[in-house]
Design a binder for this molecule. Structure first.
Ligand code: GAL
Length: 461
């Protein structure tokens, strides 16, 4: 494979709820995902995050595995209720602070840059009950207070902050389709929740910039997720539908940050269900990300649905389909991952170029990319050539995007290890390390060994 620029950052990613376990140890409060897992039928096999990979107790071992990879950066998230059991900043759980502080020290001692996400979906349950979670008016201020606690305790050592992971998933799957916590189904709440998510991001960035950034000299941004949407035909209606789909997926959350407001096509179609930013909120949001964090997995074809929607499966991720009036489909030639997601590397290149064009060449970090594949462990080894091919072909597409002028600065594989895959529980494995959920033994898969070689080859040049 071709070489990447020499300052290109190589990482892997995880999130707190998916790996930590220790769900109610050492003073941690419950999160909406702890509760959601208790509702029968919400999660495959009714799996929970109680133990997960027990990373809470195996942190040092995990950092050694990262070191073995030659990893330059590790993206993890802080569990808000581990730091603030009731969600509020007036009661700090010192043991929670200690855990993340130790993790950060351990990473730095091994020359691995911590990339810290403040919110990867585990809203403190107390705030869900008392403040309606992301629907509540004061949630953005509560989030900014929590962020301040994190900057205060970790900002001397953490130089890369991500406020929120994937507003689209939080809102569409959590408040539109009811597939993820808090499990609500509505055609209005996703817009309300999304509005508050954006304000929470902006306020947390404002706190960092005003109170910490000058001294601590770090970067802060948000991570959005987006699949690529390719027009199904060259009919202008399908081309317009694909553009609309991109705006409802990514521009919903990126336009307010880069361009100052929601996309016009959303305002026209969603009407009063889409909240309005005040002028001061717009000002707070504009330019509130030092980099463009992107999680990308897959691609779908789009055709215009103005004359009627066909039923799509949940994996089609069409979210708010009646507002967009699009139909999604797949090319039957495309290979699929174990999630049923299409494997289309060129979609990654097109997406990067779309972002580059619309938002005037921002610095982009792919903060997640990877795949679930069904591979068995045989004789102590997992030969996941399929995952290796996925990562390799997606990285080739990234390389092309860079050659075409995209400012792509780094790449984080999802995931460092197999983990709790939300509604799919432990049935889907995204890791480049295999986790045996009985013994908790970790084993590098073929993809991990290959990734280590790739990092080495790129950093030596
Ligand atoms: C992302 C999410 C991760 C992981 C991944 C694979 O949406 O941020 O937590 O689950 O998808 O589905």
């Amino acid at each position: 494979m071709k070489h990447f620029p020499k300052d290109f950052l190589w990482g892997t990613a995880t999130s707190a709820f998916q790996i930590e376990g220790a769900a109610n140890k050492d003073g941690k409060g419950p999160s909406i995902w702890d509760a959601f897992c208790q509702i029968p039928g919400k999660v495959d096999s009714n799996d929970t995050g109680d133990l997960a990979c027990d990373h809470y107790h195996k942190m040092k071992e995990d950092v050694q595995l990262m070191k073995n990879l030659g990893l330059q950066a590790y993206r993890f998230s802080i569990a808000w209720p581990r730091i603030l059991p009731n969600g509020r900043a007036d009661k700090i759980n010192e043991k929670g602070i200690q855990f993340y502080s130790d993790l950060i020290d351990e990473l730095l001692a091994n020359d691995i840059e911590p990339w810290v996400t403040l919110y990867h979906w585990d809203m403190p349950l107390a705030l869900e009950f008392e403040n309606d979670g992301w629907l509540g008016d004061d949630i953005s201020d509560l989030f900014a207070d929590y962020a301040r606690v994190c900057y205060q305790h970790f900002g001397d050592r953490v130089k890369n902050w991500i406020t929120i992971n994937e507003p689209w998933v939080i809102t569409v799957l959590g408040y539109g389709m009811g597939l993820f916590a808090p499990g609500r189904v509505s055609n209005a709440e996703p817009y309300q929740a999304g509005h508050n998510v954006l304000l929470a991001h902006a306020k947390a960035v404002d706190v960092y910039r005003k109170e910490f950034q000058t001294n601590q000299k770090g970067k802060i941004g948000i991570t959005n997720n987006c699949d690529w949407r390719e027009p199904a035909t060259d009919d202008p209606k399908d081309i317009a539908a694909a553009q609309r789909a991109m705006e409802f997926f990514l521009a919903w959350f990126a336009d307010p940050i880069y361009l100052g407001d929601y996309p016009k096509c959303m305002r026209d179609r969603v009407g009063e269900r889409l909240p309005v930013f005040t002028d001061s909120e717009k000002a707070l949001l504009k330019n509130s990300s030092d980099f463009f964090g992107l999680n990308h997995y897959s691609t779908m074809l789009v055709s215009d649905g103005s004359e009627g929607l066909i039923e799509t499966s949940v994996y089609d991720n069409s979210g708010m389909a009646e507002d967009q009036m699009i139909n999604l489909s797949s090319d039957p030639e495309w290979k699929k991952t174990a999630m049923g997601w299409n494997l289309v590397p060129w979609g990654c290149r097109k997406l990067l170029e779309w972002i580059n064009e619309r938002y005037d060449s921002p610095e982009i970090y792919i903060t997640e990319n990877g795949c679930a594949m069904d591979n068995e462990m045989i004789d102590g080894k997992v030969d996941d050539q399929n995952r290796l091919d996925y990562i390799k072909t997606y990285l080739e597409a990234c390389h092309e995007a860079i050659e075409n002028g995209v400012q792509l600065k780094g790449y984080f594989v999802w995931s460092f290890m197999d983990n709790f895959e939300w509604a799919s529980g432990y049935s889907k494995r995204f890791g480049i390390h295999h986790v045996d959920y009985e013994t908790l033994v970790r084993t590098p898969k073929a993809s991990a060994l290959w990734y280590a070689e790739l990092i080495k080859a790129n950093t030596e040049v």
